[in-house]
Design a protein around this ligand. Structure first.
Ligand code: BYC
Length: 476
């Protein structure tokens, strides 16, 4: 295992000291990153001590280091998973050949586009969450938010390293642009839709971690299969950080369900208004938040039929998650699949599509199955409490803005309906203005160690075997 050198100005395990030009270029970008962090990150908390996890090595044990850090002093750096000896290309037209240590010239722009898109999401999420610290439901949650924020900053470093090290001047320019676009900015927004949606409350934050970070998992797993080995290695290490973000989403939503069920028992019923009067989140309200974030995150997989996806697969640029273990045919030159597509006359029809063109849909299907796992768990909690409510994922056709189903109005089950009916019923399907106002009213900060806001149950355990009432963030 390679360890990380923290004596360097930029901690790294890529021997940065041996490449003076690259080191200088990255040292030039570093103050810009810190300036962006100060302006767009959780900067109102710059002086507080946070109990954070920092990677000291790139294998599983490398995560053992926990300590109290002020966020601006967090050691962002460049960490690649160790190389796999004699690794060969796992999919596409060059299947079986040795992986590449440099970007082949003919694939440069395709690689750059994907790396920039990936890199763009990381600072975007920090920007989206920039003010959440002020309304934390507990110190435990506040610490998790900050852990996620610093790690998203680290993921930005991961992509910036690849851009600087392998894309020359273009790469350096793209790295600057990653700090110039901003979430929700009218003139220079972030590239992908979901990353321009505001996250102004913790219910949205937990939904984002559950649904949108899970897109991150699937996209990173696909890029971890890439024939361009440095990209594959950096994504492999990023995945170890990503797991915690999804954990925060899943347990956060699970704790909200638990608290709501407790309140239902206390009041002896499930009347949403009565639940809200107790300061908790009624389950239909939670369902509307799930509908919003799930449908938005589905768009992140791109179009059902995509020549971009076909070509990145054929060229060995972006594979499928767990390509080696999950699939038999790694070339997919002849394979096809059937997709249910809109027929342009208000109905849908089956279309046979070349498998390579359907890669976005293959990923989206696997993602949907993964999303179901948390819902099953929460529904089990609800059932055990003797309640009849069931949380559901809406159809993948619902409220889409990208792909074949974009701007086709459907209900939650995916039945095509008229625009008038859709507009009339939409406020009952996604959070309405009054839902948002109510959720906002719940967002009162709780910072006494061990105490939780009234709308969320405590976690089962604390961080790194510490008790839940540990002072994870020292605010003074
Ligand atoms: N919004 O052929 P198409 C994460 C664009 S999350 C706006 O349909 P393609 C994280 C697309 O860019 C993971 N635009 O799709 C999570 C293209 O534009 P250009 C992020 C969209 O190219 C939480 C055009 O539509 N990583 O890490 O096959 C916190 C036609 O594209 C959207 C990646 O996404 C959208 N939703 O696939 C922090 C991996 N969807 O280029 C971090 C890198 C599509 O023609 N990206 N478009 O101007 C990719 O693999 C692909 O670009 C996509 C799209 C899967 C996004």
């Amino acid at each position: 295992m390679s360890s990380i050198d923290y004596s360097e100005k930029i901690p790294n395990n890529v021997n940065l000291a041996n490449d003076r030009t690259l080191q200088r270029a990255l040292e030039h970008w570093q103050p810009r990153f810190l300036e962006w962090w100060r302006e767009m990150g959780p900067n109102d908390f710059a002086s507080v001590d946070v109990y954070l996890r920092t990677a000291v090595g790139v294998d599983a044990q490398g995560w053992a280091h926990y300590g109290t850090v002020k966020m601006p002093d967090y050691r962002w750096g460049i960490f690649l998973a160790d190389p796999i000896a004699d690794r060969t290309i796992g999919f596409g037209d060059s299947f079986g050949q040795p992986v590449w240590q440099q970007v082949p010239g003919e694939f440069r722009s395709q690689f750059r586009r994907l790396i920039v898109t990936q890199g763009d999401t990381e600072p975007a999420s920090v920007e989206q969450q920039h003010l959440l610290g002020h309304t934390c439901p507990s110190l435990y949650d506040l610490r998790n938010l900050f852990q996620i924020n610093v790690e998203e900053g680290r993921h930005l470093w991961a992509m910036v390293y690849i851009l600087h090290a392998y894309f020359g001047r273009d790469g350096r320019e793209e790295a600057e642009e990653l700090l110039a676009r901003h979430s929700g900015d009218v003139d220079k927004p972030r590239i992908l839709g979901t990353f321009n949606e505001p996250i102004e409350d913790w219910l949205s934050f937990f939904c984002f971690c559950y649904f949108t970070d899970r897109d991150g998992k699937f996209q990173l797993k696909s890029l971890a299969e890439s024939s361009f080995d440095p990209l594959a290695r950096t994504c492999r290490f990023m995945l170890t950080e990503e797991a915690h973000h999804m954990f925060v989403g899943e347990t956060g939503l699970g704790r909200i369900v638990r608290r709501t069920l407790e309140v239902m028992t206390e009041i002896g019923g499930d009347d949403p208004e009565a639940i809200r009067r107790q300061g908790a989140v009624d389950l239909p309200l939670l369902q509307r938040y799930l509908n919003f974030w799930f449908s938005s995150s589905l768009d992140l997989f791109g179009s059902e039929v995509s020549s971009n996806a076909a070509s990145t697969f054929a060229n060995g640029i972006k594979g499928r998650p767990d390509e080696t273990t999950q699939y038999q045919d790694h070339v997919c030159a002849e394979a096809s699949c059937e997709l249910q597509m809109p027929d342009g006359r208000g109905g849908s029809k089956k279309e046979t599509v070349g498998m390579r063109n359907a890669m976005n849909e293959v990923l989206r299907d696997a993602y949907i199955r993964d999303c179901e796992i948390g819902l099953k768990r929460w529904n089990m909690q609800i059932k055990r409490a003797g309640r009849g409510f069931e949380l559901k994922l809406p159809s993948s056709r619902f409220r889409r803005s990208i792909g074949a189903w974009a701007n086709i109005q459907t209900d939650l089950e995916g039945n095509i309906i008229s625009r008038e009916e859709f507009e009339r019923r939409l406020p009952g399907w996604i959070p309405s203005a009054s839902d948002k106002a109510f959720v906002k009213s719940l967002m009162q900060r709780v910072v006494e160690p061990g105490k939780m806001a009234a709308w969320i149950a405590p976690p089962d355990r604390g961080i790194n075997n510490l008790p839940v009432d540990y002072e994870y963030v020292r605010l003074n």
